[in-house]
Design a protein around this ligand. Structure first.
Ligand code: ADP
Ligand code: MG
Length: 319
């Protein structure tokens, strides 16, 4: 029996702290160290472009000067983000940067901004102007761009591109829980990926998914938040209130080959709440969604195949 099974290739992970999170890249045993370096270097290049903590990144320069030119890849990311803003009617809106800074959730000094402070900032993707010929983006004075909601997915897609160009046909890229899989565990055998149970310690999953050659990205409120007077304030903001989105979802996961799309959709669906999000997902047949709700129900998009296992018996499947 065993001899007829295809040989399983062992993956070896290397971990670095990048994009403000723990990033692990796992490649087949024996892969040249230079390829790991090259993959992490992709993250350095992305940070140089889109990081808001680096004053010299292209996005930071845009936010200070209110206009900047971008390389091809970042310009396309900004355009794709704009498209998601349009498709979601502004629920996904990277022009929310100043509100993100005021709240500083996950930062050194998280706090509730005053109504006055929030009223003085401009959050409206429609005011972001694109000059395609020169790849220049311009924004109004009281606006800043923040690509925190799709930067990790975008980075994972770029790492895949790099690894595939180096003929790596099997890898697990894990950027702070945003997963991208290249290839499968072994011939015709999927990897089993667990999604973090937001009600349990880190490392406990609530669902196991069998996946190959795809990406799975989760947005949730269980990692970045602060509590004031018994109220929890998390980092995913509603552009209409500029307050943390009030959602029935506690964990919003999207599966598709395109990790940038996964990242944009996971954030968008979280803000929408499960009912609207399930309807919205019908526009994206190439992507699947699973949401864990506050009340312990697990809901799936219509196109979700049944290749999963719920590992917390407190939760019940709704559809
Ligand atoms: P995480 O960064 O935890 O993986 P997300 O992908 O959901 O989670 O992105 C959340 C980040 O996106 C926030 O920290 C903030 O920088 C930014 N953000 C918050 N609200 C919005 C929004 N409505 N649209 C776009 N970006 C947002
Ligand atoms: Mg996201």
């Amino acid at each position: 029996m065993l001899s007829s099974c295809s040989k399983e290739v062992k993956l070896v992970g290397e971990t670095e702290f990048k994009l403000g999170t723990v990033c692990t890249i796992s490649l087949p045993e024996g892969t040249d160290e230079l390829i790991y370096k090259g993959a992490f270097n992709v993250l350095d290049l992305v940070e140089k472009e889109i990081s808001r903590t680096s004053e010299t990144s292209a996005i930071s320069i845009l936010n200070v000067n209110k206009s900047n030119s971008f390389n091809k890849e970042t310009y396309k990311l900004l355009q794709d983000s704009y498209k998601m803003s349009e498709q979601s009617n502004g629920i996904f809106d990277p022009s929310i940067g100043l509100a993100v800074s005021l709240w500083d959730i996950g930062g050194i000094n998280p706090r509730i901004p005053s109504t006055k402070e929030l009223s003085e900032i401009d959050t409206n993707y429609k005011d972001v102007k694109f000059d395609d010929k020169n790849r220049v983006v311009s924004i109004p004075l009281n606006m800043e761009i923040d690509l925190g909601a799709d930067g990790k997915g975008y980075s994972a897609d770029l790492i895949r591109e790099y690894l595939v160009s180096k003929n790596v046909n099997k890898a697990i890229i894990n950027l702070g829980g945003n997963i991208l899989l290249i290839g499968s565990k072994s011939d015709n055998v999927d990897w089993v990926i667990g999604l973090q149970d937001p009600n349990k310690e880190i490392g406990n999953s609530y669902i196991l998914l069998s996946l190959s050659d795809t990406s799975v990205v989760t947005s949730g409120t269980y990692e970045r938040f602060f509590i004031k007077d018994g109220i929890k304030y998390h980092h995913i903001l509603s552009p209409s209130t500029l307050y943390p989105a009030d959602s029935d979802i506690i964990s919003s996961s999207i599966i598709s080959k395109n990790s940038t799309l996964c990242d944009m959709l996971s954030t968008t669906c979280f803000i929408m709440g499960s009912k609207k999000a399930l309807e919205f997902m019908k526009k994206y047949p190439q992507a699947r969604a699973v949401f864990l709700l506050k009340d312990g129900s697990v809901v799936f998009s219509d196109n979700f195949d049944k290749d999963y296992q719920i590992t917390n018996s407190d939760y019940s499947i709704i559809n």
